[in-house]
Design a binder for this molecule. Structure first.
Ligand SMILES: NC(=O)C1=CN([C@@H]2O[C@H](COP(=O)(O)OP(=O)(O)OC[C@H]3O[C@@H](n4cnc5c(N)ncnc54)[C@H](OP(=O)(O)O)[C@@H]3O)[C@@H](O)[C@H]2O)C=CC1
Ligand SMILES: CC(=O)N[C@@H](CCC(=O)OP(=O)(O)O)C(=O)O
Length: 344
């Protein structure tokens, strides 16, 4: 058994880590932090966890206690892992950060988009972007993982096969994405109120969202050069889920796109390429660490449309974080992550 800590245990990704780790055969949760709920039993705040973590209580973030863990997850707003990751790494604890702190390789670009100076630029060289479908071998050797964002996970998995094969124009990519409300976190905010978010839908960040540089960085790696991407996120009246509708302009002679996607993801346990003509639903991945993808070529024209769905809290955050942990510690990749989605 290894011991893990979770910083930011009261948030949605924190409780999702606990739910998934409850069925992990090799992990024991040693510490879970919350400044606002310190002292409270975890199962009192989250009754779904009663019977699983009855001895576990939230505690103040204490670096000495966290350093007794083999690995620590950061399920915190950006900036928190910058402050603590270096000390934990020095003391031999591996760090898996669910926030955006180490996702962008250029500290200046990070500072521009996040509106504050980068707090730990000296760690950027060793941080590995935790998208296992691209960086599996580097993740196995890493001490510091930047878990991809939710939109970036869906958009990159959808575009990767086409860009890697050089089949679409990298200058004209469009990602039209919809998210459930848990994507905004558990903190009280007016746009997340039932009366504001239900029975309505709206775009936001159309002229520039902080996930744009992260997605561009990953797609540029796949394409072997800069890409031009239009990314528009939308808030939709559902609790969990991301639906990405992706458009690319095919170059001549694109070949069999279904076969391309099936071959690219043949050995991936957490990507499901659906049969020709499918339209994946967000509810088909709810609670599961899975990206379901369908590829279409409307009217056999020169536009390819890729549909990719994930649960923002699982493949888009906590499930992907545990997949990274499994790779770093040599466990089976599916440990703790084998449960199917909840339907309806
Ligand atoms: N929600 C989602 O779908 C996704 C979220 N993420 C990322 O994961 C991270 C967590 O997201 P989410 O769970 O939604 O966030 P929440 O807002 O729901 O929870 C944040 C947690 O962090 C703790 N926290 C806040 N400030 C600090 C601090 N300064 N020091 C220590 N702990 C702090 C809070 O507890 P307390 O204040 O009591 O200490 C709380 O437990 C974010 O960076 C987010 O961008 C990534 C992918 C998807
Ligand atoms: C609906 C909503 O507000 N979504 C969030 C993104 C989800 C998230 O938490 O961002 P990371 O994946 O970078 O951590 C947003 O648009 O900022």
């Amino acid at each position: 058994m290894i011991k893990v800590g979770i910083v930011g245990g009261t948030g949605y990704t924190g409780v999702e880590l606990l739910r998934l780790l409850a069925s992990h055969p090799h992990v024991e949760v040693e510490a879970i932090t919350s400044r606002s709920e310190a002292g409270l039993a975890v199962s009192e705040l989250y009754p779904n966890l009663r019977g699983h973590y009855d001895e576990l209580r939230f505690s103040e973030p204490d670096p000495a206690r966290l350093a007794r863990c083999d690995a620590v997850f950061f399920a915190t707003p950006h900036g928190v892992a910058h402050a603590l990751a270096g000390e934990l790494l020095e003391r031999g604890t591996r760090v898996i950060d669910l926030s955006a702190d180490f996702r962008i390789r250029d500290a200046g670009i990070w500072a521009d988009w996040y509106g504050q100076p980068h707090g730990a630029p000296e760690l950027l060289d060793e941080a590995i972007y935790g998208l296992p479908e691209v960086h599996r071998e580097k993740i196995r050797q890493s001490r510091l993982i930047a878990v991809p964002g939710c939109y970036p996970t869906a958009v990159q998995l959808g575009f990767l096969p086409l860009l890697e094969a050089g089949l679409i124009d990298p200058d004209r990519l469009i990602a039209d994405c919809k998210s459930g409300v848990t994507g905004a976190g558990r903190g009280a905010k007016v746009p997340s109120l039932l009366a504001e978010a239900s029975e309505s839908m709206k775009a936001y960040g159309a002229s520039g969202h902080r996930h744009l540089p992260e997605i561009r960085q990953g797609l540029a790696d796949a394409a072997g050069g800069e890409v031009g991407l239009t990314f528009v996120p939308h808030l939709t009246p559902m609790i969990r889920g991301i639906h990405a509708t992706l458009y690319g302009q095919l170059k001549a002679d694109a070949g069999d796109l279904q076969q391309l996607f099936e071959e690219r993801y043949r050995d991936e346990p957490f990507v499901d390429v659906m049969p020709v003509g499918s339209h994946p639903e967000t509810r088909s991945v709810k609670g599961a660490n899975l990206c379901r993808i369908a590829v279409h070529r409307p009217a056999n024209g020169d536009t390819v449309v890729v549909l990719a769905v994930i649960d923002n809290l699982v493949k888009g955050a906590s499930g992907q974080a545990i997949h990274n942990l499994n790779l770093m510690f040599g466990f089976n990749e599916t440990d703790g992550l084998a449960a199917p989605a909840i339907m309806p």
